[in-house]
Ligand binder design. Structure first.
Ligand code: LIP
Length: 277
């Protein structure tokens, strides 16, 4: 791959940044799929015995960080596997080098390289997302967006599904790595399930947000996510017409991420609060 020449934030357009994110996501995706074929083992456990990281996660993040630094040495970096670098350009890359690590570990072909570039501090409560890429390297489905530019999958425009009553809503969700939190989430799900069409627990937050963007689900919610889980997928879902928010007036955060149609997001949020989701 011919590395993109270094640029400053002043010269790079949003489209330049998006192109770089796509280029790097594709290279990391090819690396990850190839590494999977060689076999994958758990390298460490993080917040709980089931919150695992593989060496491929770490190597993917190192590759992504190196390529971005080659092209844009003044930008900041905020990665899941510990990569942190302060920004001198005002831009920071927010990266999940393998989102859906458990799916990757088990060989379930539903995981993603998630790369977003944001303006301002790397804080979801204040940053402005500039461009985002979510690539499923197994299926080749490449979800992309830049601010104000709409959302695309494999370069074709995508949009959220039409609004439907909550009782006909297909909702993506996920669960925490903490056993106690999962018990609470399971109790909430038991109340929610009879009130909606159905649930989908696919295991990869970034792809769950892209499913809403592509109309493959009506909504998605999850608690305990990290900024790198939703940074790119939230921009893609918003650009596809969804509201993506936290609780009340908050932006998406560790406490809550909800993506839904503008006409139903308020009613759904209240239902989720009522059942303790
Ligand atoms: C995962 C998310 C998923 C969530 C998992 C985990 P990771 O991210 O994509 O939605 O349910 O608990 O947080 O850890 O694979 O990068």
């Amino acid at each position: 791959m011919t590395p993109t020449p270094p640029t400053s934030s002043a010269s790079a357009t949003d489209d330049d940044l998006l192109r770089l994110a796509i280029e790097v996501a594709r290279e990391a995706g090819a690396f990850v799929v190839d590494a999977r074929r060689s076999g994958v083992e758990v390298a460490d456990r993080k917040s709980s015995p089931v919150d695992v990281v593989t060496q491929v996660d770490r190597d993917s993040e190192a590759l992504i960080r190196a390529r971005l630094a080659e092209a844009r040495p003044l930008d900041g970096f905020f990665g899941e596997e510990g990569g942190r670098g302060a920004s001198e350009s005002g831009l920071t890359w927010v990266v999940d080098p393998i989102d859906g690590t458990v799916n990757f570990l088990y060989g379930i072909p539903h995981y993603a390289i998630s790369i977003a570039v944001v303006e301002g501090e790397p804080d979801p409560q204040s940053w402005e997302a500039v461009a985002g890429v979510v690539l499923n390297p197994v299926t080749g489905e490449l979800f992309t967006a830049r601010r104000g530019g709409g959302a695309r999958m494999n370069d074709r425009p995508i949009a959220i599904a039409d609004a439907v009553p909550l009782s006909e809503t297909l909702i993506g969700t996920g669960f925490a790595y903490s056993a106690q939190t999962r018990a609470e989430q399971g109790a909430a799900i038991a109340q929610l399930l009879p009130l909606v069409r159905d649930l989908r627990r696919m295991g990869t937050a970034s792809l769950d947000l892209c499913a809403v963007a592509a109309g493959r689900a009506n909504a998605y919610f999850e608690r305990t996510l990290s900024p790198w889980d939703h940074a790119a997928g939230a921009l893609i879902a918003r650009e596809a017409g969804a509201v993506v928010k936290g609780l009340g007036d908050r932006r998406p955060d560790r406490e809550f991420v909800l993506a839904a149609h503008p006409e139903t997001v308020g009613e759904l949020e209240q239902l989720l609060v009522d059942v303790g989701a």
